[in-house]
Write a protein that binds this ligand. Structure first.
Ligand SMILES: Nc1ncnc2c1ncn2[C@@H]1O[C@H](COP(=O)(O)OP(=O)(O)O)[C@@H](O)[C@H]1O
Ligand SMILES: [Mg+2]
Length: 308
């Protein structure tokens, strides 16, 4: 691949719960971009904005955003870069903020005709008299990623899932009906949904460990699901990406309940505007499946940012 070498500032780390994942994403992308001949400065984001401004002087051709979670995926860093008039990869302020806010994003998905798990927002006080909704249900932070803070409350579990000792994710949580069945995901590159992967964790659910430990989850690509569901998963991923006004690459996460026979019901959980780019990550895997190498994927992300 011949590319024009660019000055790239790559952002990674940052003060979020997904810092470690971001460091791995950042290292993988730095290596790939350098292999293409780009001059990459990898920068670990902190709360020191003076230091960030210094790192952005002189302005790079583009900022490659390898951050996950708060500040990097929720519109904060995007707003700072807009103010400084620096180009950056992935989604902008509004799309990032909307996608990160799970309750808001779900309302938008529903308004556009996509099915999401029924749910409610609950505070600690709602758990005082027992379960706020019938089991099984899922408790999750309003705005985290990587399954951080996600708990599945099953029929015979006894520990209270949300107490001051166990809950570190703000005043409220999102509660959702537990959707049994299978786990699917679809990457979108610009206007193109790639393919559908089924994730089969060997133990438990698709939690942090299952996501980032080699061998803990089987990836079936392309997923062997009913053709209608396959197509719907592709369509909804693109529809959600456009609905929120995303740029570059995103990834839509689904639950697929086929317990009552095929085709069954597809539920959109969320879309990720800064999907993982670690060696075990799903977007690079789907790209590779379609013949696009990891460096080519990174190059596509850079070119898309510069084309806006
Ligand atoms: N309503 C639900 N029913 C069943 N499993 C769920 C539900 N919500 C979340 N999960 C499980 O938790 C994982 C993480 O949830 P998700 O909403 O995608 O948040 P995150 O941003 O942490 O990835 C999902 O991939 C899925 O395995
Ligand atoms: Mg997810």
């Amino acid at each position: 691949m011949t590319v024009t070498p660019l000055d790239i500032l790559l952002l990674k780390g940052g003060p979020s719960a997904e810092r470690e994942v971001s460091l791995v994403t950042g290292a993988a992308c730095t290596q790939a971009l350098r292999s293409l001949g780009h001059r990459v400065t990898a920068y670990e984001l902190t709360r020191d904005l003076g230091a960030l401004c210094k790192a952005l002087t002189p302005k790079p051709d583009v900022v490659f955003n390898s951050l996950h979670g708060h500040y990097g995926e929720d519109g904060c860093i995007q707003g700072i870069l807009d103010l400084l008039e620096v180009r950056y990869t992935h989604s902008g302020v509004l799309a990032s903020a909307m996608a990160m806010d799970k309750p808001l994003a779900k309302r938008l998905f529903t308004s556009a005709g996509m099915l999401v798990p029924e749910g409610q927002i609950a505070g600690l006080e709602d758990f005082r008299d027992g379960d706020p909704m019938p089991r099984p249900y899922v408790v999750k932070p309003l705005a985290e990623g990587s399954s951080v803070g996600v708990t599945i409350v099953r029929e015979h579990d006894n520990p209270p899932p949300m107490t001051t000792e166990t809950w570190n994710y703000g005043e409220e949580a999102l509660l959702e009906r537990y959707i049994g069945g299978r786990e699917l995901t679809v990457s979108v590159l610009g206007n193109r949904p790639l393919t559908v992967t089924e994730l089969r964790p060997k133990v438990g659910f698709y939690d942090y460990e299952a996501k980032y430990t080699e061998g803990k989850t089987e990836h079936l690509i392309p997923a062997a699901v009913h053709p209608q569901i396959f197509q719907k998963a592709l369509n909804w991923a693109l529809k959600a990406h456009r609905l929120l006004g995303c740029n570059g690459v995103t990834r839509a996460d689904y639950r697929y309940d086929d317990a009552d026979g095929e085709p069954g019901d597809l539920y959109l959980l969320e879309i990720n505007t800064q999907p993982g780019m670690t060696p075990l990550s799903l977007v690079p895997e789907q790209a590779r499946h379609l013949g696009m190498s990891f460096p080519a994927l990174c190059q596509w992300i850079v070119e898309e940012a510069l084309s806006r």
